[in-house]
Ligand binder design. Structure first.
Ligand code: CAA
Length: 380
């Protein structure tokens, strides 16, 4: 088992780290202050090919392997979790459903624009009454001639402030449970489709999270993604992979927490010596670094399975569950190590602390990940 990146993957890592430190880091403070998606950064990411890393070249992507894509999210999130989640949602659940379930026409229409960053993608599954129980969603899509008419609302839609295309899940058969759900590609600006209230969140201030409303929104049947009734499986199959992206995002936040804590502990002196030499602090650092290593192994293992085309739903959920909790725990410790300074905006660790929390919640809470993992175990 080779745990080293290939030469190409290592080049990717260096390129993204350089971009993140040079271009993303100076934008973080503004994203925090203005709580706004940075379109300038997304344009630059598009120019570098980062908006379509694992998308085949024939559809305008970089045609790289899945692990390279995960490296990109990891490195971006080390500097900004918001930029990491923008990329993860855009690719894993905003673009991939079209790549894997779309018609050739849909692929040609949307994927080159998404892969270049001209379009931003979003994924609209969650509703006010259907979060963890995604199969209970109520947004209705009623067939009317060559059209579907959508009515209902969605909440917590990442990238929604700026997205051009939304993969929307709606009920085409009210009697058929999760088999009565279908997926649609809905373009921003479609009459009857309104991007609603923007959420004021605890963290992830650079990523725009909104509500969506559909009121007699008519979309041509050509916007149906996959078969009627296949929507829930499309959502689950893409979340299986998407969760590796959230693991990578957690990994970036966790790595930043470790690096910043080590640097601070070596510099900050109390009782006549650096606090890193106090065992209470050095043991915290050791535990944080160990959970970083374990998170890396789980995340890149899931990514390498995906790169090889091997089913990895269980491994993705394990990586997401473990790495997100490790990021949360490490960012709590990072604030503790920084003491009073860690509780101020003068140090980055308070942002890491706020950003880490949502990694335990979105793309399936960690309780849902445990359900997925145990289902895999018990199915044998
Ligand atoms: N791949 C393909 N098909 C799948 C699947 C998968 N991973 N998981 C389930 N299915 C299929 C099942 O096989 C079943 O079909 P059959 O009856 O034909 O076998 C059907 O779907 C229903 O399966 P379940 O009975 O297991 O479904 P359930 O209702 O018990 O729900 C769940 C399972 C895992 C809890 C699911 O509802 C779930 O993942 N919930 C969490 C939702 C979630 O992750 N939301 C994230 C929103 S997006 C987001 O957060 C993005 C962001 O902003 C960052």
């Amino acid at each position: 088992m080779n745990l080293q990146f290939t030469e190409e993957q290592e080049m990717m890592r260096k390129m993204v780290r350089d971009f993140a430190e040079r271009e993303v880091a100076p934008a973080v403070e503004r994203m925090e202050r203005e709580d706004r998606f940075s379109t300038e950064l997304i344009e630059k990411m598009g120019e570098l090919g980062l908006m379509g890393v694992p998308i085949p070249e024939q559809y305008g992507g970089a045609g790289m392997d899945f692990t390279s894509y995960i490296i990109a999210i990891h490195e971006l999130s080390r500097v900004s979790g918001s930029v990491g989640v923008i990329l993860s949602v855009h690719t894993s659940v905003g673009t991939n459903p079209i790549l894997y379930f779309g018609t050739e026409e849909q692929k040609k229409t949307y994927i080159p624009k998404l892969a270049s960053g001209e379009y931003i993608g979003a994924f609209a599954l969650t509703e006010p009454g259907a979060g963890s129980d995604a199969g209970g969603l109520r947004t209705r899509a009623k067939k009317d001639g060559d059209y579907y008419v959508l009515n209902g609302s969605k909440v917590f839609i990442t990238n929604g402030t700026d997205a051009n295309t939304f993969i929307v899940f709606a009920r085409t058969d009210p009697e058929a449970g999760s088999k009565g759900i279908s997926a649609f590609i809905v373009e921003r600006g479609t009459p009857g489709f309104e991007v609603g209230k923007k959420e004021k969140k605890m963290g992830m201030h650079g990523s725009g999270t909104v509500q969506l409303n559909f009121d007699q929104c008519r979309i041509p049947e050509s916007q149906l993604l996959g078969e009627e009734g296949e929507g829930f499986k499309i959502a689950m199959a893409n979340l299986d992979v998407g969760r590796i992206g959230i693991a990578a995002q957690s990994l970036g936040i966790l790595e930043a927490a470790v690096e910043q804590s080590v640097a601070y502990a070596k510099e900050r002196e109390q009782f006549g010596k650096p606090i890193a030499q106090q065992q209470g602090v050095s043991f915290k650092l050791a535990d944080m670094a160990t959970s970083l290593e374990a998170s890396k192994l789980l995340t890149y293992h899931a990514a390498s399975l995906r790169s090889m085309g091997i089913a990895c739903g269980k491994e993705a959920s394990m990586a997401k569950r473990y790495a997100s909790s490790a990021a949360m725990e490490a960012s709590i410790e990072a604030v503790q190590i920084h003491g009073g300074y860690g509780y101020t905006e003068d140090y980055d660790v308070e942002r890491l602390f706020r950003d880490a929390k949502v990694c335990e919640i979105y793309e399936g809470t960690n309780e849902i990940q445990r359900m997925v993992i145990s289902k895999h175990l018990l199915a044998k």
